[in-house]
Structure formats: structure tokens, C-alpha cells
Design a protein around this ligand. Structure first.
Ligand code: SAM
Length: 290
């Protein structure tokens, strides 16, 4: 191990934990493990997680495994407690992600939105189906939908930066999409939808109150007989993503969480390959709304 004295990251007042992003560009493809948790006077512990480049540390002296060719260390985000995110810290976190990282520098990037499109087609969706993608980020699902002729597409995310990226990519065709910058747990839906899609946003809600607020909005926003497609980390998936804790689900535990208004139609397993080659176990479940 080496100590990087130039990483003079100081613990701010009132905060005893920092999260830092450690960039090791030439070696990304060789890393097979993920998060490195560093505690004072303790050797590095490598956890089986999804974030090979994420380090959480509690001292200003940052220890890293020796990586030939050198390391670069950047302050990434601050959080006292990932499990108790306030509205502000949640917004700040995601804005920071999308303003500091390129499309392929986030673990959830996918070139083509599968299995989402396959599951969407299975609901019988057609050009006039009203579809909302919740926590869409800068995902390319909207591109596939717009280029595929879907005319009623809404994209919601709490990061304005993520929405701007997707809008810019779509150019003039972005005008055909409804863009909503909002926290889904606070959002007041003004219309109903036929299909509610969410890949990897719901699983960040670790508090009962946030999950209840999400489900209540979903119940209001999807018409009776409409569909919900939820992709989350599976029970054997990562415990964290983007430095944040997540809740992992099976189709059954998700159905329990959503309640009786959402009838589970099908669950499929999906292995997502991150841009740096690690694999993440997802489940995608489709529900019909009562
Ligand atoms: C892991 S990313 C997935 C992005 C996208 N669904 C995809 O598959 O590429 C999680 C996304 O959820 C968004 N998000 C997290 N919490 C949210 C909330 N409470 N309301 C709205 N969006 C949220 C984040 O801004 C981020 O874009």
C-alpha cells in the first residue's frame, strides 16, 4: 500500500465521514472488486460491491492499494450519513454526479435500454401509449422511444443536469418529450400514464416514508389497468450504488412493498455489465395497476 499525502482532503466541521471518488483510468478494466472502505490505522478492506472506484474514508490520510502508474484523487461528494439523505443532499448528490461524470463513467450506463424496451413492448405499448420514465437520469431509453415513434413520453429526474444531457442529445426531437425536474417523492402528478418505468431509482429509497410517498404517487399517476416496470438491484446485487445505500428486491419483496394495488405479472433476472466490465444483478418486475 502507499499513502497519498497530496490527497489533503479535510473532514469538514460537523461531518465525520467523506466520500471520495478515486480515479484510476488506465486500470479500470482490471479491477474486479469494488468499494474500498478505509478506516484510520486500518488496512484497506475491499468489499464485494459495484463501485470499483469509490472510496469511503474517515481520515485525511488516504490509503490506496499500490497501482502502477499512479493514482488521481478527486473530492466527489459529502455526506454525513448516506442512509438519511435530506431532499437537499439527494439533489446535490445527483447534480454533482451528472455535472462531473461522463455518460460512461457511471456504473448504470447502458448503450441500449434493455430489458426495459422488451418489457415495455410486452405490455402492448404502442405509439400513443403514455409512458413516464422515473429517475431517468441521462438514460438513452428516451432516445429509443422517440426514435421508435412513441409520441407521449415523459422523463422525470431530480437532476436538471441529467435532463439537459438527454435533451441536448435528442436535439430538436427533445421538444416532443415532456421533461420534469422533480423529486418523485414530492412530485404532484398532473396527468395519468399508461406505463410507469423506473430503472435503478426506486432502490435508492431506503426510508419507509420515501417509499410510501413514491408508491402513493405511482398509484395516482398510473391509470387503472396500466403497467409499472421496476428494475432494481436483485437480492444478490450490489448493496450500494453511486456511494449510496440501496434496498435490494426480488419480485416478491417488491410486490410486498408496493401493496395490493399492484399485481405482479412477471419478474426477470438481468445481469448488467458496467462500463468497466463488472456485473450487477438486477431484477425487473412488471405489475398491473388495480
Ligand atoms: C442509478 S441512476 C439510473 C438512471 C437511469 N434510470 C438509467 O437507467 O440510466 C438513478 C437515477 O435516479 C435519480 N433519482 C434518485 N432519487 C430520485 C428521486 N427521489 N426523484 C427523482 N429522481 C431520483 C437520480 O438522479 C439518477 O438519475
Amino acid at each position: 500500500m502507499i499513502v497519498l499525502p497530496e490527497c489533503a482532503l479535510m473532514t469538514p466541521d460537523g461531518c465525520d465521514c467523506l466520500t471520495a471518488l478515486v480515479l484510476m483510468p488506465p486500470f479500470r478494466h482490471r479491477l474486479t472488486t469494488s468499494a474500498m472502505v478505509l478506516v484510520p490505522q486500518d488496512p484497506v478492506r475491499i468489499l464485494p460491491n459495484d463501485r470499483p472506484l469509490q472510496a469511503t474514508f474517515q481520515t485525511a490520510g488516504l490509503l490506496l492499494p499500490v497501482v502502477p502508474g499512479g493514482n488521481e484523487c478527486h473530492l466527489y461528494s459529502l455526506a454525513e450519513d448516506d442512509n438519511a439523505m435530506t431532499d437537499t443532499s439527494r439533489h446535490t448528490h445527483w447534480e454533482q454526479v451528472y455535472t462531473t461524470k461522463g455518460e460512461r463513467e457511471v456504473s448504470w450506463f447502458q448503450e441500449s435500454a434493455e430489458p426495459s424496451m422488451e418489457l415495455l413492448r410486452a405490455t402492448g405499448a404502442s405509439a400513443d401509449t403514455r409512458i413516464i420514465d422515473i429517475g431517468a437520469g441521462a438514460s438513452r431509453l428516451v432516445d429509443t422511444l422517440v426514435h421508435g415513434g412513441f409520441q407521449n413520453v415523459t422523463v422525470l429526474d431530480l437532476s436538471e443536469a441529467a435532463l439537459s444531457t438527454a435533451r441536448a442529445r435528442l436535439g430538436a426531437r427533445a421538444e416532443t418529450v415532456q421533461w420534469i425536474a422533480a423529486d418523485v417523492t414530492r412530485w404532484e402528478p398532473a396527468q395519468t400514464f399508461d406505463v410507469w418505468h423506473d430503472r435503478a431509482a426506486f432502490h435508492f429509497l431506503t426510508e419507509d416514508t420515501d417509499r410510501a410517498a413514491y408508491v402513493e404517487r405511482m398509484r395516482r399517476a398510473v391509470r387503472p389497468g396500466g403497467h409499472v416496470i421496476l428494475g432494481t438491484f436483485a437480492l444478490d446485487g450490489p448493496e450500494r450504488c453511486s456511494g449510496l445505500a440501496v434496498v435490494r428486491y426480488s419480485g416478491e419483496t417488491l410486490a410486498d412493498t408496493l401493496g395490493a394495488d399492484f399485481q405482479l405479472l412477471a419478474t426477470i433476472s438481468h445481469l448488467h455489465t458496467t462500463p468497466w466490465g463488472s456485473q450487477q444483478s438486477f431484477q425487473f418486475s412488471t405489475f398491473r395497476v388495480a
